[in-house]
Design a protein around this ligand. Sequence first.
Ligand code: SAH
Ligand code: SF4
Length: 346
Amino acid sequence: MREREGRVNLKNLSLEGLREFVVSLEEKPFRAAQLARWLYGRGARQFEAMTDLAKAFREKLPERAWISFLEPAEVQASQDGTKKYLFLLDDGERIESVLLPEKDHYTLCLSTQVGCALGCKFCLTGKQGLRRNLDPSEMVDQIVGVRATLPPESKLTNLVLMGMGEPLENFQSVLRALEIIRSPMGLQFSHRRVTLSTAGVIPRIEELCSRRHFVKLAISLNASTDEQRSQLMPINRKYPLEDLLAACRRIPLDNREKITFEYVLIRGVNDSEEDAQRVTQILRGIRAKINLIPFNEHPGSPFQRPMDEAIQRFREILLAKRFPAMVRQGKGLDILAACGQLGGKV
Ligand code: SAH
Ligand code: SF4
């Protein structure tokens, strides 16, 4: 993790770690909760601002620690209300977060890596390859940084880990960020309002789901046969469909909880009626809902979005087999902020 002259970035610490840190400064453990309230509740950027901490403690802090923050270098607004935030990291790398306004709240789409190693053929982030993993602080700071640009009464209540990168390939840092995101001492998001999307790293899916009430899961399915999926998503050669779906069947779900399956619809590649039939067959017995994402075009990609009729026909076949299926229209298409269009360039 990126540190500064031996000082620790407090937002990279777990909450237990924050307690240990405070104790190492010979302070009472409860001071950690006070510190966390400043860091996460109020988004403080300087120790001087933390007026309810004893002066001696406040003065000790900057010798041993520092507070990171991310200020958007650029915010682009789409005609549909979606906003894309570009953040410049300490080492000059760039990441993007996308803010989606909904009826009565906002959803923020977070990045977990700079680039991605998995190289899915339809994805702009995948084209870059992996540049590096994000630290926990860099994930948390996307939230704190975006929240600071919103009016105080705004409800930023939902998160999706669906921006740049594969969250389960940066597992330890994502787990730590999720702890801070969900904790009452941290950012206080409900586990029902946080969704992690994965291309299908099976062992980590299993580990994540063994922690009950962790977060909601979305699986990028995108195909209905191994041959088709391996061509679009190289990770399928390591973790093939059958194993992935078997793992999904073992996930313990709450009462009405479902696993989301994302399916990028690409014209002439995976959008036929037979494809739709096969999707209903391979998902049989899984409490699934399906998000159909018409392929979002980006410069240099050979793929095309299907015609609207093909999209609707695909959906109807899923609905006929009683799978809830929604078409997720690319939000922020005009500013390349939709799924798979994040490249981190200005
Ligand atoms: N790496 C994770 C999360 C980030 S990708 C994953 O793959 O699930 C988030 C979603 O965007 C995935 O469901 C992916 O299939 C989808 N996606 C990628 N490129 C796309 C594109 N060009 N058009 C539409 N959806 C795309
Ligand atoms: Fe990586 Fe997800 Fe893009 Fe695939 S779709 S390259 S896993 S970010």
